[in-house]
Ligand binder design. Structure first.
Ligand code: FCB
Length: 457
């Protein structure tokens, strides 16, 4: 029997990730709370009113859970709608609560990573055009200054915007998130303004706290093209360029090239201290003449592989490697896996997903890609946007019932705790948690024992 440990670097961050609207409950008026109020938008007409009840103080017990998982970091977001309920009026009590939350993390030895925009913003901003309106760039900068002024003494890691291309495409191309539009023009406009918003926030944070480390979380999808490849391969390249790459390239070059929309945003060049990777699924891509409004592109679920709930793609953990490789190369910056996980209410897939994902992250580290941390999505089941509390979309290491607020650890919570505690993944853990898969996951021939980290790391 071969025994091995996949060691992770010293000071590697192990955490979970959450977002304000998904966990806090009792939301202030925002683009999402208004959207939830209308029929057909959310699974069974649900709302984020309960969520994980963090705003009423339950974050405290959940941070205990994060600490019990022997994590040393946690990523969460602040709700702009609470902090600036009316234009230019800031709510000190809300800011104080976020200061308390950061202090509660620090007290438990958890390094906070704070996201400034995770899909939600005040309703008044939305009514003023949201991110389609170029004025939002400056408003976001002002909001950033207020938050960073309040929290900056306790926070080093800042994530300006979560998944700008998901925000833009789900809200303005596919119409599944607010404001439910289907327009290529609006999509590119929103992405462009978010790029400007990120850059403005970057400079604002660095001006206030030069030692702060600022990045953003980029959602990347893996892609396959359908047969015949000659027809569909160009479609794959378009999706890859539009969705995965254009925004990231603009952060180095200052030029945003989204399909036919080309614009210079020179101030965006060089505005990253690190890049965040959110990775979940692989999709099939097809060229489809019936979809002119979607640029003739059709992104669909593969026919084989591990298939999750219907609206999502194939679950292919190893894809994380290619994204780390591309993102580190394109940006030249260190990377955090800012989200990675799987919807899996009965926890039948999660331990395997975790092991396969982390093995691929480790492999990337062995190839000298500077990966600095991993944040599992998510600590406890929460409000999964359009999917509401649909159990098929339970991503938590802990199960959480929004009605009773009872949390129950899943087995993968225990596994994640062991990995974080050991700062590594061992063959023993695999045998213990995945006895049926041990054969396939533990190579039986000539594995070097206790592999050391590359010199240049
Ligand atoms: C990501 C989002 C996060 C959560 C996970 C499942 O795209 O950033 O809020 O919904 O998907």
């Amino acid at each position: 029997m071969v025994d091995f440990t996949l060691h992770f670097p010293d000071n590697f961050l192990w955490g979970t990730a959450t977002a304000a609207h998904q966990v806090e409950g009792h939301p202030a008026d925002s683009n999402w709370s208004a959207w939830e109020g209308q029929p057909e938008h959310i699974y069974q007409g649900q709302t984020a009113d309960a969520a994980c009840d963090w705003w009423a103080g339950r974050y405290d017990e959940d941070f205990d859970r994060a600490a019990e998982l022997r994590n040393n970091a946690h990523r969460f977001s602040v709700a702009w709608s609470r902090i600036e309920p009316e234009p230019g009026h800031y709510d000190d009590a809300a800011l104080r609560q976020y200061v308390d939350m950061v202090a509660a993390l620090r007290k438990r030895g958890l390094e906070p990573m704070v996201t400034l925009h995770h899909f939600t913003h005040p309703l008044w901003l939305e009514q003023n055009g949201g991110w389609r309106n170029p004025e939002t760039v400056e408003r976001f900068e002002q909001f950033t200054r207020v938050v960073v002024d309040a929290l900056g003494d306790y926070v080093t890691l800042w994530c300006t915007i979560n998944e700008p291309m998901i925000f833009a495409t789900m809200g303005y191309l596919q119409g599944r998130f607010p404001p439910g539009k289907r327009s290529v023009r609006a999509t590119t406009r929103v992405a462009e303004n978010m790029l400007r918003g990120h850059a403005a926030a970057y400079y604002a944070i660095k001006e206030l706290f030069p030692q702060a480390q600022v990045g953003l979380a980029k959602h990347m999808i893996s892609l396959k093209s359908r047969f015949p490849q000659a027809v569909h391969e160009p479609a794959l390249r378009s999706v890859r360029q539009f969705f995965n790459r254009a925004f990231v390239e603009a952060l180095s070059t200052g030029s945003l090239r989204l399909g036919r929309h080309k614009v210079e945003v020179p101030q965006a060049a060089g505005t990253l201290d690190w890049i965040g990777l959110n990775y979940y699924y692989r999709f099939d891509v097809m060229f489809d003449l019936r979809r002119p409004g979607q640029m003739f592109l059709h992104q669909t679920r593969p026919r084989d592989g591990i298939l999750g709930p219907e609206s999502v793609g194939e679950i292919w953990p190893e894809g994380i490697f290619e994204h780390i490789k591309w993102l580190c190369t394109a940006t030249g910056k260190p990377l955090y896996v800012t989200e990675n996980g799987v919807p899996d209410p009965d926890d039948s897939l999660r331990p395997l997903h975790m092991v396969r994902s982390l093995r691929s992250v480790w492999r990337a580290i062995m190839h000298n890609y500077p990966v600095r941390g991993y944040f599992a999505w998510t600590l406890a089941d929460n409000f999964e946007w359009a999917e509401g509390y649909d159990p098929a979309f339970n991503f938590g290491l802990y199960a959480c019932d929004p009605e009773t607020q009872v949390r129950t650890p899943r087995r993968s919570a225990e596994l994640y705790g062991e990995i974080a505690g050991a700062n590594g993944l061992t063959s023993e853990m695999i045998r213990h948690y995945l006895p049926d898969r041990a054969e396939e996951l533990i190579p039986s021939v000539s594995v070097q024992q206790d592999v050391t980290l590359p010199q240049r790391y």
